[in-house]
Design a protein around this ligand. Structure first.
Ligand SMILES: O=C[C@H](O)[C@H](O)[C@H](O)COP(=O)(O)O
Length: 231
């Protein structure tokens, strides 16, 4: 755990170095992003940077505000220059699964409205193929039982996300089902199938979205960049 946190910190610090004065920055969600927020707040105060943040969850908004980072609503931001976010799993094609922290709907909207997207991850998040992390799917509460039964029929092994016996409700008022798939052979096909399901608001497959992945190591970082990715 010590090592993992160190890797997260290294990735977060490297991402904070990408921020330039005057930028509007998309602020992701999660434990790795929390390190990024700390590093960014340090840079803002030490270098007197003018930075505006667009947040991806109520949690991140609260933390950013407490660190003195100015935040605005996404609809008030003419553009988002760069978004820094975490991920739960990443493959060699730079696709990923997000949503372990239930924030992926807002994260996907912010990512789609960003000029550049950078993920910060520890080395354990890298896998040959996606699927070892259960795939989160955000669904409308009305008719959620029917949708879960339908997912079961399609062998998608859905588990309604709960904590202490209570169904988790996202910041946007929806439920989450986690599809326990172990491996996802055809992520694009699965993404299309989920996109077409009535009652599904969004899913945690982030395909062809990230431009750069900063992977923390015990000694520093290494990077994957989309423009140098082998097809
Ligand atoms: O919903 C949560 C997000 O997608 C997070 O970015 C993701 O779960 C990674 O979080 P962490 O940095 O805590 O592993």
């Amino acid at each position: 755990m010590e090592n993992i946190n160190l890797e997260k910190k290294h990735a977060a610090k490297a991402a904070a170095q990408l921020i330039k004065n005057g930028m509007t920055v998309g602020l992701g969600t999660g434990s790795t992003v929390n390190y990024f927020l700390d590093a960014l707040a340090n840079r803002i105060s030490q270098e007197n940077l003018k930075i505006i943040g667009v947040t991806t969850s109520f949690k991140t908004a609260g933390r950013a505000k407490s660190l003195g980072i100015t935040i605005i609503d996404i609809d008030d931001a003419p553009m988002i220059d760069l978004t820094v976010d975490g991920a739960d799993e990443v493959d060699c094609h730079m696709n990923g699964i997000k949503g372990g922290g239930a924030a992926f709907l807002m994260e996907k909207i912010v990512a789609h409205n960003s000029n550049r997207v950078v993920w910060i991850v520890d080395s354990q998040k890298l896998h040959e193929q996606l699927g070892s992390f259960p795939l989160p799917v955000e669904i409308v509460p009305f008719g959620s039982g029917k949708l879960i039964t339908d997912f079961k029929k399609h062998h998608l092994h859905p588990v309604l996300r709960q904590r202490d016996g209570k169904t988790i409700v996202t910041d946007m008022g929806h439920f989450i089902v986690d599809l326990v798939l172990n491996k996802i052979d055809q992520p694009y096909q699965l993404g299309q199938y989920l996109d077409g399901k009535i009652g599904v608001v969004e899913h945690g497959l982030f395909l062809d979205i990230v431009d750069e992945i900063i992977i923390g190591t015990s000694a520093g970082v290494r990077q994957l960049k989309r423009d140098t990715l082998q097809k």
